[in-house]
Design a protein around this ligand. Structure first.
Ligand code: G1P
Ligand code: ZN
Length: 541
């Protein structure tokens, strides 16, 4: 074992989910090592502990895994369970940490960001509950990066990750595990696989686009092998180091191949895509797109039809910018409904405390308390199970849902790579004007309230401030504005637009059309176009 001298560096900022940088930054001498050692130090050391390790297959992931294994051995870990080929989807890693009672796990991914030598890489530490590290831990990791002086690494040849089995690395056991099996088994325990097999057998057609990222092997095993969907149902099924040049973010913009197929003639009954590390999902029916906020609401309203949730839900949660569609379901079904800041870690506390079973974000994240991360394939299986029980199409399920609960028209507009100063000044000005907005009229809409969201965690009492601006208009419409915390270039402004139509009238509009008055009022209030010179958003979801 060698103690390598090193120097402080600019690592993960407190409160952010892992460290994400350009791959070449991670590949600099000592950079990955510094961050991993800072993590080990900040969590009190790993001597005698079991850890889980794996990632989404992106460039540098396997090399990083081999380095981390040698560092874990030098730091005295007892065992590291690593996915074969250094592969583990984020939800599968979360499951393994929980199932094997590991101290925690390291996930090698930059989620939905593109991969490759000139794209992004990331490292994230998850806790023993399987969920992302809370702010107290990310703050400790950050603090450690500021005064780190050495890292430990075993002088050994690189461990082999290609074959399932156990090997010794110093005094540590490296357990190379099949990345898919335990996860697929868990899915089989939650869903009615017999009913799904019967549905595929009867000719149900599905397209799953894994976008050359990690869910490919999982989707092939679950849909094609275990459920009998025809071979080829899963496309872009082989994880590639650069995701085949795809931007593995399952939204209408980036999953355009899937969109085109699902909106075209002869579309399959059901379509889905997932992101780089497999925690996000987009679902579609033939000719119809399901917004993530609506998806969460539909899953909440129908979860009792799925074996894993047949005794009902404990409660539900959504991030603040996610539409209030699920709130309406919760109100009718007598469920507690929590509104949390953006980011999955806030849901973990609620799930650990047994307060919620289902949660979701507008950013294509849906999940339940089966793990402590969002879970793309889980959401796809929820939909499939509901379709199998209700014997309706996706479009019919949505129509039925809107007729019963009303419709929350919803869209997110992203303005990417803005100059940071400009974006901060724009929102800084809005902050000073919030109080004056109440009661004022903009483009014929009157403002009911305007504030900046802050959250007191009902479980541990921790307070998170500055979580986005909310402007509520009369009649349940609103706009939310916040800056992204995950971008790697400049600032990304996210504008979340919502308008409620109680139904049964007014359920059939195109969302951008239905939201036009809110878009206009937002421009009148914030002046995005005027201040940034951007005629339109880069991405509309
Ligand atoms: C984005 C999403 C957020 C999600 C996060 C991690 O964060 O908006 O909902 O939890 O990615 O997947 P943002 O870039 O908006 O800070
Ligand atoms: Zn992801």
């Amino acid at each position: 074992m060698t103690r390598h001298a090193t120097t402080p560096f600019e690592g993960q900022k407190p409160g952010t989910s892992g460290l994400r940088k350009k791959t070449r930054v991670f590949m600099q001498p000592r950079y990955l090592e510094n961050f991993v050692q800072a993590t080990f130090d900040a969590i009190g050391g790993i001597a005698g502990q079991t850890l889980v390790l794996g990632g989404d297959g992106r460039f540098f992931g396997d090399a990083a895994a081999r380095t981390i294994l040698k560092m874990a051995a030098a730091n005295g870990a007892r065992r590291v369970i690593v996915g074969q080929g250094a592969w583990l989807s984020t939800p599968a890693a979360s499951h393994l940490i929980r199932a094997r009672s590991a101290m925690g796990g390291i996930i090698l991914s930059a989620s939905h960001n593109p991969g490759g030598p000139d794209e992004d890489f990331g490292v994230k530490y998850n806790m023993g509950n399987g969920g992302p590290a809370p702010e107290s831990v990310t703050a400790a990791i950050y603090a450690r990066t500021q005064y780190i002086t050495e890292y430990l690494c075993l002088d050994a040849s690189d461990p082999d990750l290609t074959t399932v089995g156990e090997a010794q690395l110093g005094t540590m056991v490296v357990e190379v595990a099949d990345p898919v099996e335990a996860y697929a088994d868990m899915m089989e325990s939650l869903f009615d696989f017999n009913a799904l097999r019967a549905m595929f057998n009867a000719g149900f057609r599905m397209r799953m686009d894994s976008m050359c990222a990690i869910t490919g092997p999982y989707a092939v095993e679950i849909f094609e092998r275990r459920l009998g969907a025809p071979a080829g149902t899963v496309t872009h099924a082989t994880p590639l180091p650069d995701f085949g040049g795809m931007h593995p973010d399952p939204n209408p913009t980036w999953a355009h191949e899937l969109m085109a197929e699902m909106m075209g003639a002869d579309a399959p009954d059901f379509g889905a895509a997932s992101d780089g590390d497999g925690d996000r999902n987009m679902v579609l029916g033939a000719g119809i797109y399901v917004s993530p906020s609506d998806s969460l609401a539909v899953l909440a309203a129908n979860a009792h039809l799925v074996p894993g949730y047949k005794s009902g839900l404990k409660g539900v949660a959504r991030s603040m910018p996610t539409s209030a569609a699920v709130d309406r379901v919760a109100a009718e079904m007598g469920l507690d409904c929590y509104e949390t800041p953006t980011g999955w870690k806030f849901f973990g506390n609620l799930m650990d405390a047994g307060r919620v079973s289902l949660c979701g974000e507008e950013s294509f994240g849906t999940g339940s308390d089966h793990v402590r991360e969002k879970d793309g394939l889980w959401a796809v299986l929820m939909w499939l199970n509901i379709l199998a029980v209700r014997q309706m199409s996706v479009a019919e399920i949505l129509q039925d849902h809107w007729a019963r609960f009303g419709r929350n028209y919803y869209s997110r507009h992203d303005y990417e790579a803005l100059p940071i100063d400009q974006a901060e000044a724009m929102l800084g000005d809005l902050r000073t004007r919030l109080d004056g907005l109440k009661g004022a009229q903009f483009e014929g809409l009157s403002v009911e309230s305007a504030d900046e969201f802050s959250y007191t965690d009902p479980v541990d009492g921790s307070i998170s401030t500055g979580q986005g601006f909310r402007i509520l208009f009369e009649g349940g419409s609103r706009v939310v504005l916040r800056l992204s915390g995950t971008g790697t270039e400049g600032a990304t402004l996210r504008v979340y637009l919502e308008r409620y139509a109680p139904g049964p009238d007014g359920l059939e509009h195109d969302p951008q059309e239905a939201l036009a008055p809110i878009i206009k009022a937002t421009e009148a209030i914030v002046g995005i176009r005027e201040r940034t010179g951007r005629a339109e958003p880069n991405v509309i979801t």
